[in-house]
Design a protein around this ligand. Sequence first.
Ligand SMILES: *Cc1c(COP(=O)(O)O)cnc(C)c1O
Length: 338
Amino acid sequence: MIIDLRSDTVTQPTPAMLEAMMRAPVGDDVFGEDPTINQLEAMAADMFGMEAALYCPSGTMSNQIAIKVHTQPGDEVICDQTAHVYQYEGGGMAFNSGVQSRLLPGDRGRITAEQVLQAINPDDVHKAHTSLVCLENTSNRGGGSCYEPEDIKKIRQVCDQHRLALHLDGARLFNALVARNESPKQYGALFHSISVCLNKGMGCPIGSILMGSTPFIKKARRVRKVFGGGMRQAGYMAASGVYALEHHINRLAIDHEHARQIAAALQQKPFTGALLPVETNIIIFDVKTPWKTSELVAALKEQEIFCIAISPTQIRMVLHLGISPQMVRRVIEVIKTL
Ligand SMILES: *Cc1c(COP(=O)(O)O)cnc(C)c1O
């Protein structure tokens, strides 16, 4: 029994999701004629209380589109130093938008209004024009940490005072919403644009949704075409998103509980060093000597438990809908033997 905890992107569509996909009515989405994509976009916009939405092939593309629409070449974008938009999008910010990033040392991926305020460049010809702030919730490298909405509100106030756009990389926003019992509309009101992934814990094979105002999404639709992301009968894929929004949000609480159970077992072991607080579905922990990180990954792999070393000293495990309670019991048993 292979137990794959490398990422929540390794999920397989469930039989019910596949069935919904097979039944989807489709059309040419570049002509705006795919009823299932239109349904998904309307559903998401309505859920978050935002004016409009755009279905994108990946979270990387939806983030990159947002950055492109919110900025001009030569601008500066403020984000945490561990942010996905900086660390894991292939330098896309510079490549696609010609902007540079201003990296802040946050707390488990979360930055504060004071930090943002201090990072805004003055109106000076020597300085890049600061135009955008990107937050990430939950934070991937922060071990699935969640923002306090109050702290986001303060960041939004700073953005409003300095005419900055505020974008949320909400790849795992549903995990935060479920963990903290918050509503999507709360978030829709706080950001100029939000990207949420469907290909992570939501269990879809592909896809992300970008949301914002009607004029923002109109521009985003053009940029998506420029980036090569204008799709045709992609309603088959969007149907997995509709299905996930209807059936896969509340179940994220199971993944969070599974993460807590495995983390508790890890905590009992002498090889476990600092373990980041487990707020959602991600576990990140330090491996203590004499164990080497690679040895621990290999020992787990021998028992068909897959996880990854995200740094020379850190291992990450991610829970998702492909992991059953029985698998979690097995992981805990194996951890006890190591
Ligand atoms: C996965 C992820 C993305 C987007 O990833 P894609 O694989 O391109 O869909 C964006 N931000 C964060 C924080 C992520 O974890």
